[in-house]
Design a binder for this molecule. Structure first.
Ligand code: NAP
Length: 244
């Protein structure tokens, strides 16, 4: 089977790193984007190359148009195609709405929402030509049901789900599938602000009584990459936390 060329944004840590590992293990060519965590990205590359897997790491700040363009141009120049784009890079900040500054808004919206939009826009040009491609956006439970003290983050993720649905309609006729995955609480550095007591309380609220793992998200990504008829969906992976 021909190897798939897969760009993953924010692959230096957390969920993105696990996705990179699992997709590399399957024999795909991984372009793992990072921004600040260079050492961790280098470590990931070393670890996978020692196992004979194909991975490149690429520094780019996805909140900036020029940097999104560069990573896509680099990939197409070298590999001629992009089979899968996974928009995973994201940031959060816990704060009351009355404390949110314009800078906070710009940071979160530009990274989480504009980054996914811009990467999709750049990659879509190649996917449309190839009449083939998959875009998978990592959204959040908070885009669906809203989170107190995470207003801007919730807005960015609701925007991601809008992007997913609109793009699925626009790109479907070109053979491109676009979906969102909306995780619940996954144990990564993004959640280091929570105390043990807060985490125990959260576990009690979740019907399955446990937090998710990055591997749960990677499993769904592999399934979406295999699939040929699901598009425009927001897939919840949250232990039942969003059941109303
Ligand atoms: P994480 O451990 O904090 O990792 C975030 C990743 O995003 C890092 O690799 C980071 O790269 C990258 N990133 C941040 N800003 C970037 C930028 N401007 N350009 C490129 N990369 C950037 O977070 P995570 O928990 O793995 O989250 C991954 C995704 O899942 C995010 O979209 C998040 O919103 C979503 N999510 C997470 C949870 C959860 O409970 N953890 C729940 C729902 C949704 P550098 O360190 O190299 O800058």
């Amino acid at each position: 089977m021909e190897k798939k060329v897969i760009i993953i944004t924010g692959a230096s840590r957390g969920i993105g790193k696990e996705i990179a590992k699992q997709l590399a293990e399957e024999g795909n060519i991984i372009i793992a984007n990072y921004n600040k965590s260079e050492e961790q990205a280098k470590q990931l590359k070393k670890e996978l190359e020692e196992k004979g897997k194909e991975i490149e790491i690429y520094k780019a700040d996805v909140s900036k148009e020029e940097e999104c363009k560069k990573i896509v141009e680099y990939t197409i120049k070298k590999y001629k195609k992009i089979d899968v784009l996974i928009n995973n890079a994201g940031i959060d900040k816990l704060q009351l709405i009355i404390d949110v500054t314009k800078k906070d808004w710009d940071n979160i919206i530009n990274t989480n929402l504009y980054g996914a939009f811009c990467m999709s826009q750049q990659a879509a040009k190649n996917m449309i030509q190839n009449k083939n491609g998959k875009i998978i956006n990592i959204s959040s439970i908070w885009g669906q049901i809203g989170a107190s003290m995470e207003v801007v983050y919730s807005i960015s993720k609701a925007g991601i789900d809008g992007l997913t649905k609109a793009l699925a309609k626009e790109l479907g006729p070109s053979g491109i599938q676009v979906n969102s995955i909306a995780p619940g609480f996954i144990q990564t550095e993004m959640n280091t602000d929570f105390s043990k007591e807060e985490i125990d309380n959260i576990k009690e609220e979740i019907p399955l009584q446990k937090l998710g793992e990055s591997a749960d998200i990677a499993k769904c990504i592999k399934w979406l990459i295999d699939d040929s008829y699901v598009t425009g969906q927001v897939i919840s992976i949250n232990g039942g936390w969003s059941i109303t």
